[in-house]
Design a protein around this ligand. Structure first.
Ligand SMILES: Nc1ncnc2c1ncn2[C@@H]1O[C@H](COP(=O)(O)OP(=O)(O)O)[C@@H](O)[C@H]1O
Ligand SMILES: [Mg+2]
Length: 261
């Protein structure tokens, strides 16, 4: 059997509460993600999605259980995981190209190589002509595209995206969903994408994993092919209006709020 890109075994995350107690946020999480999957982690706000993603990213090492990327146990951040968060963390004094190439600079690559790789990544997200733009000259959607390019430029094994489109207006968000799908298709990357949006989950995911309960665990794990169909049939976001999509949305809504099926 091939090694999964990501495997999570018996993950539990607990935090100290202000009154001196301990709150268990997530417990008994087992998850395997194969190469090339676009797995959406879906759950209500506050259920623990970011806590899970932060543990995988290596930002929070205070968890029980094991997280492996390509078979290697992870406890700290690494170039094998590219991360995109809701608010872009771009450096305002650097232009788009320099922001994308920044991580490569830390790895000692020459300016010429950095710029070449940054330009390739910017082209991938439709910003080929924007490398010289200052951050303040870019719209919110463009800034998130720069963030995506910055995550892609290091050619990570897996992309971790935590509500990356959550701060965008509805129309830009829909355009960006299309861009995430196309980028996934073009690069073949493995993606773990966190959202509380039912439509976003159904449109993007090849698989949807629903977290619910207190502590949260996986209450549903199902394959999904609306995004692939939308790409194949050239439907784009119009796929969201087909009856099967609406039915799937209601099933997921019930799973999120029931806590268990
Ligand atoms: N560092 C922390 N210390 C204490 N509690 C935390 C910490 N981080 C998150 N929490 C709590 O854990 C729960 C889950 O949070 P989070 O993972 O951000 O949920 P989601 O991303 O699904 O909205 C929330 O109740 C939040 O208040
Ligand atoms: Mg969150």
């Amino acid at each position: 059997m091939t090694t999964p890109k990501l495997s999570i075994d018996r993950l539990a995350i607990r935090f100290h509460t202000p009154d001196g107690g301990i709150a268990t946020i997530l417990e008994g999480i087992d998850l395997e993600v194969a190469a090339g999957e676009l797995v959406v982690l879906l759950g209500a706000s506050g259920c623990g999605k970011s806590s899970l993603l932060n543990a995988v990213a290596g930002f929070n090492a205070e968890f029980e259980g094991t997280i492996r990327v390509d078979g290697r146990t992870v406890r700290e951040p690494g170039a094998d995981r590219g991360v995109v968060l809701q608010t872009d963390a771009l450096y305002p004094w650097l232009d788009a190209r320099e922001n994308v190439g920044f991580g490569l600079k830390l790895r000692g690559l020459t300016k010429r190589t950095r710029d070449e790789r940054a330009d390739e990544a910017l082209a991938l997200v439709g910003l080929a002509k924007h490398g010289d733009h200052a951050v303040w000259q870019l719209s919110g959607g463009m800034r998130q595209r720069v963030s995506l390019a910055r995550a892609l430029v290091a050619d990570p094994e897996i992309l971790l995206m935590d509500e990356p489109l959550g701060a965008l207006d509805a129309l830009t968000r829909e355009l960006m969903q299309g861009l995430v799908l196309e980028t996934w298709q073009r690069t073949g990357k493995t993606i773990l994408f966190v959202t509380h949006g039912l439509d976003e989950a159904l449109y993007l995911g090849t698989r949807i994993v629903v977290l619910a309960g207190k502590p949260a665990c996986v209450v549903r794990d199902e394959a999904c092919d609306f995004g692939r169909l939308a790409l194949e049939q050239g439907l784009g976001p119009r796929i969201k209006s087909v009856p099967a999509f609406a039915a799937a949305r209601e099933r997921l809504r019930a799973a999120i709020f029931s806590g268990a099926e």
